[in-house]
Design a protein around this ligand. Structure first.
Ligand code: ATP
Ligand code: MG
Length: 446
């Protein structure tokens, strides 16, 4: 545990309170995953916590005092400290009607969602594990504390949290817990789009997303119904060995765990079930998916409107999905053209290479060498960027003033000449250098 967390525990104990590290940090420490934030549970009311930490010179922020939570900060490091509580009745499927102060850590652990999250640890008093969380951690199982169907009825977000933990930890979901998720998934309609989105993003960025997606698809279908037609959509082509869903699950798994790559991967073939058709070719039935990328874009845009995706993902994901299947031969000219189509965005080109690589690795074995082609594209792109090549008019070594300096009148002709210059640079017939471009433009002006 971080030294500052231990210091926080002693400050509380110095004020005659009891304090434990709880939840995700204990879970992650026990399975050797990096601990990113430490939550502390205490017997003290938040007002007393505030007094103690302010007196010790820590910053305090009233983040959730209605729930008994105070955030304390030292050296830029925040810790959430929450008074022991038990949650009363839930009538809306989202939050408790009222929370009451609990008298012990055991009571506090009872309100927590999964056994692996219902753990408390203290460096001197050791581990408290009333629900067998440590065994479940060892077995790799997500299991509800208490009766699963009651717990999901109280707070339906837990259904998505279970999927998310499965994806982050690589755990299986316990049978009765999974059955209750299926039976309660309709309650997800009560959960705000923001909270659904947050869990789904952690889900797609998980290290074990392939297995989790294959396992949880019927649950996730309630918030992402587009997944349903992907399941069992066989691909009768020589390139594919999986149905659209499992191929997609592998592509997501093989991309870096960043939102742009992961969402683009999840959406890239979503249009296939709608675009599919069969053709007889030399007595053989072959399947085609012409234009599926455009349908995928339509579906992706619908999902990103429905759920509160950030503006930058709404802008960038459709670009990647639209071009994911375009052939880009591994040569500078083709890479410059592709960069031009991406508005000069090298970050989008990198993401496109990530998708192309993952796509190749998720098809029939003979397609795997195309993963190397994707890496080759990335190498060429970095090289031509380092050489100061131009992919947009803005990056040309000359601008509109230079063109007018040749005697061209201000107006559309200036832009047209610049476009011609860019075309020549992209084709590789003229280098992106001032003198060469001026001579080229001078030749073409009318
Ligand atoms: P992460 O690594 O994502 O932070 P975490 O387990 O710490 O995982 P948090 O959302 O930070 O998850 O919640 C902290 C703890 O609070 C959980 O470990 C769990 O004990 C409890 N908790 C959080 N959300 C819920 C919920 N909806 N229902 C019951 N318990 C919850
Ligand atoms: Mg946490």
């Amino acid at each position: 545990l971080p030294a500052l967390a231990l210091e926080a525990l002693s400050l509380i104990e110095g004020a005659h309170g009891e304090a434990w590290c709880v939840g995700g940090c204990v879970r992650d420490a026990l399975i050797d995953r990096p601990v990113h934030d430490v939550d502390i549970a205490t017997s003290l009311p938040w007002t007393a916590v505030q007094r103690v930490f302010a007196a010790a010179g820590w910053g305090t922020v009233e983040t959730g005092t209605a729930h008994g939570t105070l955030t304390v900060v030292k050296d830029g490091e925040p810790f959430e400290i929450t008074t022991y509580r038990c949650d009363g009745a839930y009538s809306d499927g989202r939050h408790p009607d009222a929370i009451t102060i609990a008298s012990s850590i055991e009571e506090d652990l009872q309100r927590r969602d999964f056994t692996v999250n219902a753990l408390a640890y203290h460096p001197e008093r050791g581990l408290i594990d009333p629900y067998g969380g440590a065994t479940d951690l060892e077995r790799g199982v997500i299991r509800c504390v208490g009766d699963p169907s009651t717990r999901f009825t109280e707070d339906a977000l837990r259904i998505l949290r279970a999927c998310r933990f499965a994806s982050q930890l690589g755990f299986a979901i316990d049978g009765p817990t999974f059955n209750a998720m299926m039976a309660s998934k309709h309650l997800l309609r009560k959960i705000s789009g923001e909270r659904v989105y947050r869990e789904l993003e952690r889900f797609v960025c998980g290290d074990y997303v392939h297995d989790a997606l294959m396992g949880c698809v019927d649950v996730l279908a309630f918030v992402l119904p587009e997944l349903v037609s992907m399941k069992g959509c066989e691909q009768v082509t020589k390139y594919h060995i999986y149905d659209v869903l499992e191929h997609t699950a592998w592509v997501v798994q093989h991309t870096p765990p960043e939102p742009l790559q992961r969402w683009s991967a999840l959406f890239h073939d979503m249009g296939k079930p709608a675009a599919a058709f069969f053709e007889e070719r030399e007595g053989e039935r072959v399947e085609h998916f012409y234009g599926h990328a455009a349908v995928s874009v339509t579906l992706a845009e619908g999902i990103m409107r429905r759920l509160p995706f950030p503006a930058w993902l709404r802008r960038d994901v459709p670009v990647i999905v639209r071009v994911h299947d375009d052939v880009v031969p591994p040569e500078p000219r083709a890479v410059r053209r592709a960069l031009n189509r991406l508005g000069g965005r090298t970050d989008l080109f990198e993401a496109l290479c990530d998708i192309k690589r993952a796509d190749a690795l998720s098809q029939a074995p003979f397609c795997a060498p195309r993963a190397d082609t994707a890496e080759e594209l990335r190498r060429i792109m970095r090289e031509i960027v380092a050489e100061g090549d131009a992919f947009t008019v803005k990056q040309l070594a000359i601008n509109g003033n230079d063109i007018m300096g040749l005697g061209v009148k201000a107006g559309p002709a200036v832009g047209q000449l610049l476009e011609q210059c860019l075309g020549a640079v992209i084709d590789g017939t003229v280098p992106n250098e001032r003198e060469a471009l001026l001579a080229f433009a001078d030749d073409r002006r009318t």
